[in-house]
Design a protein around this ligand. Sequence first.
Ligand code: ATP
Ligand code: MG
Length: 370
Amino acid sequence: MSGSYAPLQFRNLSDIEIEHRYRLFIEAVCDYAIFMMDPSGNVASWNPGAQRTKGYSPDEIVGRHFSIFYTAEDIRAGKPEQLLAAAASQGRIEDEGWRVRKDGSRFWANVIITAIHDEQGKLVGFAKITRDLSERRRTEELERVAVGSAIVQQTRENEQKRIARELHDNLGQQIAALKITVSLHEAELVQFVPAQARARLTAIGEVSEQIDALATSLRRVAADLRPPVLDDLGFVAALTWMTEGFERRFGVHTRCEVRTQELRLNDLAAISLYRVVQEALTNVARHAQANEVTVKLSVDDRDCHLRIHDDGVGFALDSPPRADAFGVLGMRERIVMLGGILRIKSTPGNGVSVTAHVPLSRILAQPNYC
Ligand SMILES: Nc1ncnc2c1ncn2[C@@H]1O[C@H](COP(=O)(O)OP(=O)(O)OP(=O)(O)O)[C@@H](O)[C@H]1O
Ligand SMILES: [Mg+2]
């Protein structure tokens, strides 16, 4: 760090004069910009934290007016002067907003300006403490976005659950009733229809088969919207069920290694992790030409780890994604929403590993004390 901070000479702590102690303290502070200004707002002292935050060395800034740290809009609006006037009249003013570094970049700052008076009460200057909150603000924004999309996702899943129930309970029952009615008519007609008209009964038999096909499609659509196995059996059992189904359907040898007891996941976590495995397996079926795929689930005292690994053709991670490919994006979004991270490893010819690490604190269902 360039600049001239005169080194302090002292023998032991109690020998240091009180201002020197303050100076020592202020110079040791690197996370806060702490500096003094004269009554008109010209910079009079500068600490290493100020240099670190704003980019100016003491030689470059001492003597300059502090409005240099404000944005053009704030300067036009007279904000620096207003803050000084407020600090002078109220003794202290706190503000949060954009400030400008020497290189022109902006940072989000918390600023406290305190007026300093001499023994006669005359204003002799101001002390200003600035803290760079950019990182905190970025984290808060990320959290807000994550919480926002978690709510959207939860709403979407709830809606799908509702439609799935509606399909099953309402439409499903009507189709079942229709099937029974047709079968009854079929049975009755066999008795009464003369032999020469029996051929017409075949048509009724076909209607009955179509109704069966309709019921099967309906069950599949409902299960896709909200896999009932998740609610009926829980996540671990659903995972086993899904991998067995995958092996049967696509002929890819599939191992499911679960190194935990049944996990009591909250609704959002259960459906999100389920969908991640579902998408990863769909990708194996569509792209991998794999002989074997392994799904592993384990937990430690902090996190849940989920890994889907195949031995297929793999792909180059640095090749630009197709504009209409949403699978990997969706998986990542679901895991980030649960406060976790998703990693994908692959090189052409060496298969693909999709790994999710998710904090247990975000995915376990709250115990029900009722
Ligand atoms: N297991 C895999 N093996 C080989 N390539 C894969 C695998 N998983 C993903 N890929 C590659 O990564 C690309 C992106 O996957 P992603 O799931 O995002 O999109 P997609 O499957 O092509 O389309 P969709 O939006 O329907 O999921 C795929 O197009 C494919 O090239
Ligand atoms: Mg996909």
